[in-house]
Design a protein around this ligand. Structure first.
Ligand SMILES: *[C@@H]1O[C@H](CO)[C@@H](O)[C@H](O)[C@H]1NC(C)=O
Ligand SMILES: *[C@@H]1O[C@H](CO)[C@@H](O)[C@H](O)[C@H]1NC(C)=O
Ligand SMILES: *[C@@H]1O[C@H](CO)[C@@H](O)[C@H](O)[C@H]1NC(C)=O
Ligand SMILES: *[C@@H]1O[C@H](CO)[C@@H](O)[C@H](O)[C@H]1NC(C)=O
Ligand SMILES: *[C@@H]1O[C@H](CO)[C@@H](O)[C@H](O)[C@H]1NC(C)=O
Ligand SMILES: [Fe+2]
Length: 476
């Protein structure tokens, strides 16, 4: 009996040992070795990516005559004391007013007057699109704001960022290529539920995918606006133009590019400084954010080029240590789809990114996730043959996060072998969080839409290129 028990104990001890070994082996095979490239082995259950039907809960219009819908906000000035509030009314133009108040002074309600506009697209006529910029807000404050009138008015709130400063922590969410499918809804839900609460979203382009529907059915812009209101009415989304936002359709008689996008989603650009609705910059907390347009001319002497050159000179890392660049089409991407598509922009701007020590570049377009090491490919000229991407600690990390979940589905075709500049890639839907801790440290994490919940599937520390330019390539 005693012997038997002893044998049993030894056996179970052996079993645990084997388990431990198995775990150890799997763990080490997952860990990247220096310079290693990982293609995640996670195979997502492939479901249909179809648009949620028009009668879905997420598309419901608010009740009441002329009730404001599709409410959204974005930063309204260069440093975070302004907010642009936008909304749509459908029965009549109605009021352009926003009533707003600091939560600490409910009795001191203020009003701002905006303007209303409409547009036509093929045989679609938009509702009344209102925009109103509120300025001079106090930093680090919660504000309530009300749009609409009478019993169909609606009240929302937002929080202004802290004043710009070198060690100000701030958390950005990253979403791209969202669309309006069931997967899109999962991505947005997971972003909202992420315990590391995003305070503003950096949106890397391609919003509604209206252009994928017959006659570019612009009602899809309206349903998209109603879908995302639950987040973007409460925190600013910083907009980037994508290819599905161009809406250039001469066959439909539509020859003005970006008409629905620019009419619906204004941004704080500055004509006098040469920025535009498609390329502009903002400062927020400890970040200087530069938004570029992949679908506007970028070559030497073009307006975007002239502006970016001056803008990069203006960045003061002693005030805003974190230099972030956003665009739709990624400069680097090792999927087959859209491979090298942005090389027109890369050959012109990559050397500037290295010279100015950009910390991170976010892009979308490719419906998958990928993170690079710090590397560059700026040594090449037509005769020297230096065309190998090399490790470069002055270069940004490139993140592709076009995996919001739109109706086109995932990009699953990968170039093989995985290039050594690519640190991690996985074709799954998801969202990202860029969490700035202080002037030296930020933490980036990517959260895949696992079956039914969000799971952190990739992460890395980023050391600031100005304040702490150490090697951060193996800090996941
Ligand atoms: C627009 O034209 C398409 C194609 O002829 C048609 O199916 C649709 O009903 C029209 N929509 C409106 C609002 O007239
Ligand atoms: C809202 O107000 C309008 C006009 O002031 C009135 O006709 C309507 O009955 C009201 N609706 C509700 C639900 O109170
Ligand atoms: C979208 O997600 C929200 C939040 O999880 C849920 O309440 C809603 O029912 C979903 N709608 C659809 C159409 O999937
Ligand atoms: C990739 O490997 C090549 C050849 O070993 C090397 O020269 C290059 O620096 C590497 N690139 C990166 C980004 O590590
Ligand atoms: C900056 O944040 C990192 C990560 O939280 C921390 O390890 C480091 O000590 C912080 N630096 C300073 C100067 O507080
Ligand atoms: Fe795209």
């Amino acid at each position: 009996m005693v012997l038997f028990l002893e044998a049993k104990r030894v056996l179970s001890w052996l079993a645990s040992l084997i388990w431990l070994l198995v775990l150890l082996i799997t763990a080490t095979s997952i860990l990247p070795c220096n310079g290693g490239s990982i293609t995640s082995s996670y195979v997502r259950k492939l479901e249909e990516s179809e648009d949620m039907p028009y009668d879905s809960d997420v598309f419901r219009s608010p009740p009441g005559y002329n009730a404001p819908q599709q409410v959204h906000i974005t930063q309204g000035d260069s440093e975070g004391r302004g907010v642009i509030v936008s909304w749509v009314t459908v029965d009549e133009a109605g009021s352009n007013k926003v009533v707003y108040w600091n939560e600490k002074s409910k009795k001191n309600k203020k009003e701002a007057e905006g303007y209303v506009t409409t547009y036509k697209y093929y045989n679609y006529t938009s509702g009344y699109i209102h925009h109103c910029t509120i300025k001079g807000l106090e930093f680090s404050s919660k504000y309530y704001y009300m749009v609409g009138t009478g019993n169909s008015s609606r009240t929302f709130w937002f929080k202004t960022p802290p004043p710009i400063g070198v060690d100000v922590p701030y958390t950005f969410g990253l979403i791209g290529d969202l669309g309006q499918t069931f997967d899109s809804n999962n991505t947005l839900t997971h972003y909202e539920q992420n315990p590391t609460k995003g305070q503003a979203v950096l949106y890397v382009g391609d919003l509604s995918y209206a252009d994928e529907h017959p006659f570019s059915d612009n009602r899809k812009w309206d349903s998209w606006g109603r879908f995302v209101e639950r987040s973007v009415a409460y925190q600013p989304w910083i907009w980037t133009a994508g290819n599905h936002d161009i809406d250039y359709a001469p066959d439909l008689g539509e020859t003005v590019s970006f008409k629905p996008f620019t009419t619906r989603y204004p941004v704080p650009y500055n004509n006098a400084e040469g920025s535009s609705q498609l390329w502009y910059s903002i400062k927020r907390a400890s970040a200087h954010i530069i938004v570029l347009s992949s679908y506007s001319a970028c070559a030497k002497y073009t307006p975007q080029y002239m502006w970016l050159q001056k803008e990069l000179e203006k960045v003061d890392r002693k005030v805003t240590p974190w230099l972030i660049v956003m665009m739709h089409s990624p400069l680097y991407n090792s999927y087959n789809y859209h491979y090298m598509e942005a090389d027109t922009m890369r050959v012109v701007y990559e050397s500037w990114f290295v010279q100015h020590k950009v910390d991170i570049v976010f892009a979308g377009h490719v419906h998958a996730y990928e993170r690079s090491y710090r590397f560059s490919n700026v040594g090449y000229n037509l005769i020297n043959r230096n065309c190998t991407p090399v490790k470069d600690l002055s270069a940004p990390v490139y993140i592709t996060i076009g995996d919001g979940g739109n109706l086109e589905g995932l990009t699953t075709q990968l170039t093989e072998p995985q290039p050594n500049y690519s640190a991690f890639r996985e074709p799954s839907y998801g969202h990202g969080i860029f969490d700035i801790k202080n002037r030296t440290h930020a933490y980036f994490s990517w959260h895949r839409n696992h079956e039914g919940y969000a799971m952190k599937a990739d992460s890395t520390w980023l050391f600031n290129r100005y304040w702490y330019p150490a090697d951060d390539s193996n800090t996941s």
